[in-house]
Design a protein around this ligand. Structure first.
Ligand code: FES
Length: 624
């Protein structure tokens, strides 16, 4: 046996066994001390029997410790004989080691209750919301235990805490239900007692509170299955498109904070109502919600003055908010429901990014991976499971198409793809409706195509009409002069040849995109330098966020937004912020994982780097 080395990590050597006793696989895993063997195994895809998801109630997670010091837990004596305990048999979810251990895992006899969430993450279902159905003996003159003692005596596996609020209806509910009731807990706290057996109904809502769009997902906490998903524009939009304009509003108008808070809450309330209606469930059965938002959105929805977030040195009111009641978010669900607010790493790497890092497994995947959430403020994470660096790059509004002449939001009619087929320009619009403008992914595609054709040179200038006619006679007529500026027409309006009602790209639009992509590329280039690795060492690039997910990986490489790697290594990660919020609802353990990320990620500040500008300038051009 080897004592752990003082770094706060221990080695767990797992051998998974077949029914005939042969070894099917072996893994050595290093985890922080105190992580249960069950969690260590489930995080690393080693299947251990369980139907309770690691709560110590099913007694199915049997393992045999073959070397290392693991004193038996109290509950082990209920699952094993003394002889078995002496031979090292333990319940895996109760094994918390401070020394290196070797463990044999018997073959599965049941399917573990798990859900796939985020970027291929298997999450063992262990919600903080727990229900226990009990049938209690009625009180008699010989059994005068109080109602609460009678209830809690019947629930062995939860050491409950009880609030006055949760006790108020207890006498009435117990008697009306003939002492057959379901106790509802969040973590250890009793929040309600419901008549009859309601264990089948247990729901949560995960929110991705974006500056532009807000998404709500209703989850069945018994199965991990999403029952309804709805999204809508953040009702704060009239205050401006980005976080800075909303922070400024609170600085200029003392009533703005209250109004912004109410609008964010109204957005969440409406979405909550919609998801519950769509799934046909009673909102009173929603006991917990989780919210992932950037630091400004988080502070605004909680009614916290955001001013220090908007000015140097950019300070948050708090990185995390441990005990928030859902009622604080203005939503109508169970009156004692809780809200988990994903913690933020810094003013510009918020809870949405911590959620994204969690859902992408940035803290446990051993490959060197680059995570880029493309947006006005672009968050970048580089990590290999051992070391994780993060930064934020001010990309500006080009990707939201806000500063683009014919730019529109990514909605019906926006040009989202641009390709060349047989020398002709082929555009694709959202919902295949007539083009009304161009959105971020269309802008990236258009520039990538024009660079590839040679109509844009590597410095980002449109070539002359003569050169255009030479290299692309079919497309050269689209390169025009309009109001003193060179433009490239993507789609004509009523009159071909007349750019007045066409959708086009201007020289200035190209410059805007160059500034945005150079800011991002400088961000990841500096992180690579800090990490002391090269571009080619990156094994996977995850493009996250509502914009990143729609971006063509090939175009992103062509314009130099991401490192020049095989296109297969560039992966769209989807709405990972929302996925992270789902994970913390499905697993209390993942919630701790989100908090642990704050310790594990090192933030690299770019704004005071002397070499930022030089690197930025060299990254402005398009790669050859
Ligand atoms: S996982 Fe159920 S008792 Fe350990």
């Amino acid at each position: 046996m080897q004592e752990h080395d003082g770094t706060g990590r221990v080695k767990l050597s797992f051998r998974s066994l077949e029914t005939d006793g042969s070894v099917s696989s072996e893994r050595v895993i290093t985890v922080p001390t105190g992580v249960s063997a069950f969690d260590a195994a489930s995080w690393n895809g080693i299947a251990i029997d369980s139907t309770c998801g690691g709560y110590g109630t099913c007694k199915k997670c049997k393992i045999q410790v073959t070397s290392g010091d693991v004193p038996p837990a109290k509950l082990d004596s209920r699952a094993f004989t003394q002889e078995e305990i002496a031979k090292g048999w333990r319940l895996a979810c109760l094994v918390r080691t401070v020394t290196d251990v070797s463990i044999d895992v018997p073959p599965l006899t049941t399917r573990p209750k798990a859900a796939t969430v985020g970027v291929g993450r298997q999450v063992i279902l262990r919600p903080a919301v727990q229900k226990r159905y009990v049938e209690l003996p009625e009180p008699t003159l010989h059994d005068q235990r109080t109602d609460i003692v009678r209830l809690l005596d019947a629930i062995e596996d939860i050491e409950a805490t009880v609030s006055l609020d949760s006790m108020r209806n207890l006498p009435r509910v117990l008697r009306a239900a003939d002492f057959k009731v379901t106790a509802v807990f969040i973590d250890q706290a009793l929040i309600d007692v419901e008549p009859g057996d309601t264990t089948a109904v247990r729901y949560g809502v995960a929110y991705d509170l974006g500056t532009t769009t807000v998404v709500a997902t209703l989850l069945d906490l018994n199965t991990g299955v999403p029952l309804a998903v709805k999204s809508m524009l953040n009702k704060q939009q009239p205050f401006g498109a980005d976080v800075i304009t909303r922070i400024s509003a609170t600085m200029m108008d003392p009533t703005a904070l209250d109004r912004l808070r109410s609008l964010a809450q109204a957005t969440l309330a409406e979405l909550t109502k919609e998801v519950c209606e769509e799934a046909g469930i009673n909102p009173l059965h929603v006991y917990e919600v989780a919210l992932a938002g950037n630091a400004t959105m988080t502070q605004l929805v909680l009614g916290i003055d955001p001013e220090p977030l908007g000015v140097a040195p950019f300070i948050m009111a708090s990185a995390d908010y441990p005990d928030v009641e859902a009622i604080e978010l203005g939503i109508s669900i169970h009156p004692r429901a809780k809200a988990v607010i994903l913690p933020s790493l810094g003013a510009y790497v918020g809870g949405d990014i911590v959620a994204g890092a969690l859902a992408s497994g940035m803290d446990r995947d051993k490959r060197l991976r680059l995570f880029i959430d493309v947006g006005t403020n672009c968050e970048i994470i580089l990590g290999n499971g051992e070391k994780i660096l993060a930064t934020a790059a001010p990309a500006g509004p080009a990707f939201e198409a806000a500063s683009i002449k014919c730019g529109v939001r990514a909605a019906s009619g926006a040009i989202e793809t641009v390709k060349i087929v047989d020398g002709n320009l082929v555009i694709g619009t959202i919902e295949d409706t007539p083009a009304i403008g161009i959105c971020g992914s269309g802008l990236v595609d258009a520039c990538a195509v024009l660079v590839q054709l040679g109509l844009l040179d590597h410095s980002g200038r449109f070539v002359t009409a003569e050169i255009a006619a030479e290299i692309s006679p079919l497309l050269a007529p689209r390169l025009l002069e309009r109001e003193g500026e060179r433009v490239f027409v993507l789609t004509w309006g009523a009159n071909v040849g007349d750019p007045s009602d066409a959708v086009f790209l201007t020289q200035r639009d190209v410059r805007e995109l160059q500034f945005a992509k150079a800011a991002i590329a400088t961000g990841w280039a500096l992180l690579l330098e800090e990490f002391d690795v090269e571009e080619r060492d990156i094994q996977q690039v995850l493009l996250a966020g509502s914009f990143g997910s729609y971006l063509s990986p090939a175009s992103a490489i062509k314009i130099g937004l991401v490192p020049k790697l095989s296109v297969l290594r560039i992966v769209s990660a989807g709405n990972v912020a929302g996925e992270g919020a789902k994970m913390v609802l499905l697993s209390a353990q993942e919630r701790h994982g989100a908090s642990a990320l704050l310790e594990e990620i090192d933030y690299v500040e770019l704004s005071d780097r002397a070499d930022f500008n030089d690197k930025f300038v060299t990254r402005l051009s398009f790669p050859s």
